[in-house]
Design a protein around this ligand. Sequence first.
Ligand SMILES: Nc1nc2c(ncn2[C@@H]2O[C@H](COP(=O)(O)OP(=O)(O)O[C@H]3O[C@H](CO)[C@@H](O)[C@H](O)[C@@H]3O)[C@@H](O)[C@H]2O)c(=O)[nH]1
Length: 263
Amino acid sequence: MAIENSVIVPAYHEKLNIKPLTERLFKALGEDGSKITELIFVDDNSQDGSVEEVEALQKKGYNVKIIVRTTERGLSSAVLKGFYEAKGEYLICMDADLQHPPEYVPELFTKLRKHPFVIGTRYAAGVGIDKDWPLYRRVLSGGARMLAKPLTLASDPMSGFFGVQKVELSRASEGAINAKGFKIALDLLVKLPFDDALIGEQPFSFGVRTEGESKLSGKVMIQYLSQLKELYIYKFGAENIVALFVIWALLVVFIFYYLFIKN
Ligand SMILES: Nc1nc2c(ncn2[C@@H]2O[C@H](COP(=O)(O)OP(=O)(O)O[C@H]3O[C@H](CO)[C@@H](O)[C@H](O)[C@@H]3O)[C@@H](O)[C@H]2O)c(=O)[nH]1
């Protein structure tokens, strides 16, 4: 059977998560879903046994492979590499660390047949973020999300769990997609030419990492701010950028005043 679905997982030092993710994903897809789905890890030369782990899973019959990059590093560029190598028309990106539960993948693929882009969202009724996710990560994530609000209607543009139709990727203007940093979904949401009203959403409960470590660093945060600047200019034009930032900053100050000082 031809491959229709591809799941792309950027991975750096994720050996311990590879087996549980693969087993849970294919179990969730069931027999029919598994026949049309491939799983691709894009690893940046972790040399931690990830390759051997994938080879063992291949021997068990799972349609999984690992691309090892030796000359490049970074989450967004790893995701793009996986997207361009994928055989499927329907592409999902998710983390290796099981914070994006694989059990949501079948529903996300179903939605992706009706929407050019589907964002996995932690901000919807009935789902949320695990109470053990550290407070500083919640604050950072909330702030980053607020700064991205003027760019897209998606409720969780910071999410690393999303799907896109391959045909949409080819509609981006040449060289437009920013392969730096962590926030590839936000870049695609702003730069792919579909209408925001067509964005689908897949609510999911964000888990906590139990194996390995987050790769979020100060450098990643600075990359995010530089990506935001580029996206504001892309969307609103360099000539409007100062006015926009002033209006947005005033709005943020007003909201803080209203919420925390007034009462
Ligand atoms: N190949 C490759 N993969 C990477 C790299 N850096 C990170 N990854 C992989 O990308 C995934 C996400 O990285 P984490 O380090 O686990 O991210 P996080 O801090 O937990 O951030 C999560 O929350 C954010 C929302 O606040 C999400 O935006 C982000 O995607 C992720 O889900 C993991 O599978 C990790 O191995 C890299 O340089 N190269």
